[in-house]
Design a protein around this ligand. Sequence first.
Ligand code: AMP
Length: 193
Amino acid sequence: MTESATPSRIILIGPPGAGKGTQAARLAERLGVPAISTGDIFRANVAQRTELGQQAQRYMDAGEYVPDEVTNAMVADRLAAEDASGGFLLDGYPRTEAQVAELDRMLESSGASIDVVLELTADTDELVTRLLGRAAEQNRSDDTEPVIRRRLEVYSEQTAPLVTLYDERGLLVRVDGLGTVDEVTQRILDALG
Ligand code: AMP
């Protein structure tokens, strides 16, 4: 992260229920870059019954990750759009080491690089409580308790190691996701400098 400029290519990483989606939307608006949420794109495709939606749905409903090839192709497409040329906030991508490698390739080919990786943290009990609350409010098909537990497991097996990887690259900033939405947004803005 450079001292002077506000970072414009950001990855938001953290377990399900940490508040990534809410914070991504707010930050993107503040920073003037698009929030790109792979979960939202998949859900929109499921709702519209596209071929991509059909490929993704059974994985999502089981709390598993959609295969890397499918996810990577979708993100490559989205990042090639004009509005992402000056920066973006990735919410929920990359989630596997193969996705990190692919993102590296995509950025390299356009001469860009990630400025900062923001990790939102929260303890497991808090996450489960939040996700069950959201299930009641939003009726998401992957917010039932067994699927929530599976999603948390998949996160710690496949995605948590990416935090270490980005930390080793010197890109990681860790922010406590506990508190009101406003408090967490302020904490993130302070951390981004
Ligand atoms: P989210 O809204 O980010 O929690 O994503 C909801 C679901 O979409 C996940 O549980 C996965 O099934 C799928 N998904 C979202 N992003 C990815 C990704 N980067 N890789 C694989 N699957 C993903």
